[in-house]
Ligand binder design. Structure first.
Ligand SMILES: CC(C)(COP(=O)(O)OP(=O)(O)OC[C@H]1O[C@@H](n2cnc3c(N)ncnc32)[C@H](O)[C@@H]1OP(=O)(O)O)[C@@H](O)C(=O)NCCC(=O)NCCS
Length: 385
């Protein structure tokens, strides 16, 4: 039975609709289909900016001037390298562990070796955050290599954030369109409201724990299929449908059975997800360039069937529908899709954790107690039935 005090605040399962923090970083308008970082529409940023600049924007609240940009990029480039024991750990876990489990373990391991993680002040948290942003592509690329039984490719000092991630992951330099596509995908994933992994990052740092622990919590939360895993399943659906001619029948039957179609629908967006709109344009261009048009055409037909049947309910493609297909078409295997998400999202995790800890209040929600209140009599073990 709940006591009177516990029910003074409204009970919301999963904290749905509860406002638990204030932010100036990012805003999702689900009705108008807008995603805004620090006042900039996401479409403006993907057209005119790049991941490094967007990362700076999320962290600092403004675009960098020339000198700030060059210092920021140099710091990221300097910090992106891993040590031998870190590569050894990735090799050891490489084939046996799921890439997300390896990522969680490696981030935790690097933090464990760093004495600055003991009671860090905010300035130290900022340094740790920058280091995490710098190293994340190198870690995920190395995990990709090890998981596929390939030799590591070391960072290239001259490449940009996303191109070096591409190069270290796939062992070749990206074409212009591939580089722009991957940079765009990372920007589109950089921040998205107070989702589960961002909340996990903020919750951990609110105890005044360190940024590596905060990122480890976020990665753990992202690992679950309800958060980071839908693009893998969306791709397998597109592959199962195979050709556009099959879409009407297969998808129609799934809708009739009330199956959930992966890569469609969103808790916040009730119109077309602005990230999916941008990725769809890249999907068409990239698959034309690498002769995988059938993937795109099949996806496009699935979208058509879905919108004609469920568009009136506010069901449209979300970011996961085209992202998996894009990653796959340039050579990434599906089990690395969620770690790629983490490479983009690391800037959002760090920015929001720092914003929160600068004006900190430890998170401590309550649960509505619905168990027995007693007091019950204790019966010794040898007298129980
Ligand atoms: C993301 C998601 C959990 C949002 O759920 P939600 O806002 O709670 O929406 P609901 O589950 O209440 O769905 C509302 C209606 O739309 C239908 N619907 C929602 N998403 C659907 C989908 N992907 N395929 C088919 N029908 C869907 C529901 O069955 C429900 O129908 P009903 O009114 O007849 O019962 C849900 O759309 C989903 O599971 N999508 C697939 C997974 C996915 O792509 N996740 C990545 C999100 S970025």
């Amino acid at each position: 039975m709940a006591d009177a005090q516990q029910t003074t605040v409204q009970f919301a399962r999963g904290l749905e609709g509860v406002i638990a923090a204030e932010t100036r970083i990012g805003f999702v308008d689900g009705n108008l289909g807008r995603l805004v970082y620090r006042g900039f529409d996401i479409s403006t940023l993907v057209e005119q900016s790049n991941y490094e600049e967007v990362s700076y924007l999320l962290l600092n609240g403004k675009l960098p001037n020339k000198e700030e940009y060059s210092n920021y990029v140099s710091r990221l480039k300097k910090l992106k390298y891993l040590e031998k024991d870190e590569y050894d750990l990735i090799s050891k876990l490489g084939k046996v562990s799921h890439p997300m489990s390896t990522l969680r373990t490696v981030v935790s391991y690097i933090g464990a070796k760093d004495p600055r993680t003991v009671e860090p002040d905010v300035a130290v948290q900022e340094d740790l955050g920058l280091e995490l942003i710098a190293k994340m592509p190198t870690i995920v690329a190395a995990i990709n290599r090890a998981h596929n039984g390939l030799d590591f490719v070391k960072p290239d000092p001259d490449l940009s954030y996303s191109s070096d991630f591409f190069y270290q992951s796939l062992g070749r330099k990206p074409s212009t369109i591939e580089a722009k596509m991957l940079d765009t995908a990372l920007i589109l994933h950089a921040d998205h409201g107070m989702n589960a992994s961002t909340f996990a990052a903020m919750l951990t740092i609110s105890t005044l724990s360190d940024m590596y622990s905060s990122a480890t919590s976020a990665i753990s939360a992202l690992k679950g299929p309800l958060h980071g895993g839908a693009n893998e399943r969306a791709l397998s659906l597109i592959q199962k449908v195979g050709v556009p001619e099959n879409a009407e029948k297969i998808i129609g039957e799934m809708i009739d059975r009330k199956d959930k179609i992966m890569g469609f629908g969103h808790r916040v967006y009730k119109v077309y997800d602005p990230r999916a709109k941008i990725l769809k344009q890249f999907a068409e261009r990239v698959t034309t360039a690498n002769k995988q048009q059938v993937l795109f055409k099949t996806a496009n037909k699935i979208e058509e069937v879905m919108i004609s049947r469920l568009g009136s309910k506010g069901i449209f493609p979300n970011v996961d529908f085209y992202s998996g297909m894009l990653y796959y078409s340039i050579g990434f295997n599906p089990d690395i899709f969620t770690p790629i998400f983490a490479v983009g999202r690391i800037s959002g995790w760090v920015a929001r954790a720092l914003e929160y800890v600068r004006d900190n209040k430890i998170f401590r929600p309550k649960a509505l107690y619905s168990g027995e209140t007693g007091p019950k009599k204790y019966v010794p073990v040898n007298e129980r039935d």
